[in-house]
Ligand binder design. Structure first.
Ligand code: BTN
Length: 250
């Protein structure tokens, strides 16, 4: 499976989590910048906020070890880079009429249902330098039925390919393009195409974070950090750095 030049693949069978495996290889000095760790299945796949990520064989589970330039505070932007790349990759293998969208901060949706998720974690290399482990899961042939957000998979959406290797190849090709763009032009070059695919931009949404929920119009994402901007009924705009968006009409 050809990855873009400069990337190394470590393909494993059954692991607890590719995030753990990538971190372990990094600690042992065996995973350098741009190493992609994949597994056929995960026994303890994890999502954002410590949620479980259902990880049956046939879906894609990958963790990319990345040493981005610049300050750690800007690395959150790479979740937007990755979700945009996944959206572009799956758009190419889905029927042309499929509606591929992005849900803040980093979920990829098809026909309003979640098909892929991104997880960003910071770990240290043996020298103590910060390294990003960017995990992504794409539902190829199965999806959880009882998810908080309705889910789907590539097979259900009649994709022309569902094999994890083919999906990874498409995702990494798109990722390399957007990663280069981010490195050269910064977040502004990512934010625009991300917003163009954003579900419910300028519409009413509900956002849950820190144990509370606010409702309002999804007006924008931050130009430097991708934070969510919600305009409440009273007219004031609230900035939300992390949380989950629920669509009012779901
Ligand atoms: C989310 O939407 O909550 C993020 C899901 C991230 C899942 C991927 S699958 C590969 C990698 N290994 C994990 O344990 N999680 C990420």
């Amino acid at each position: 499976m050809p990855l873009p030049p400069g990337y190394t693949l470590v393909a494993l069978d059954r692991v607890e989590s590719t995030q753990e495996e990538a971190a372990r290889l990094l600690q042992q000095g065996k995973a350098k910048n741009r190493t992609v760790v994949t597994a056929k299945s995960q026994t303890k796949g994890r999502g954002r906020y410590g949620r479980d990520w259902v990880s049956a064989e046939g879906n894609l589970f990958a963790s990319l070890v990345l040493c981005p330039a610049g300050d750690l505070s800007g690395w959150g932007q790479l979740g937007f880079v990755a979700s945009l790349a996944v959206a572009e990759a799956i758009r190419k293998i889905l029927p042309p009429e499929s509606k591929v969208q992005l849900k803040w901060p980093n979920d990829v949706l098809v026909d309003g249902k979640k098909i892929a998720g991104i997880l960003l974690e910071i770990k240290s290399d043996p020298q103590g330098k910060d390294v990003l482990i960017l995990g992504f899961g794409v539902n190829g042939v199965s999806h959880p039925e009882q998810a908080e957000i309705p889910a789907t998979d590539l097979k259900e959406q009649k994709a022309e390919k569902t094999e994890p290797e083919a999906v990874l190849e498409a995702v990494m090709a798109a990722f390399e393009g957007y990663y280069e763009l981010w490195q050269e032009k910064g977040f502004a070059a990512i934010r625009e195409p991300w917003l163009a695919l954003a579900k419910d931009l300028k519409k009413e949404v509900a956002v849950r974070f820190a144990g509370k929920e606010i409702k309002g119009e999804f007006v924008d994402i931050g130009s430097d950090d991708g934070a969510l901007y919600i305009k409440k009924a009273g007219g004031q705009t609230e900035r939300i750095a992390c949380g989950d968006v629920y669509f009012s009409h779901q």
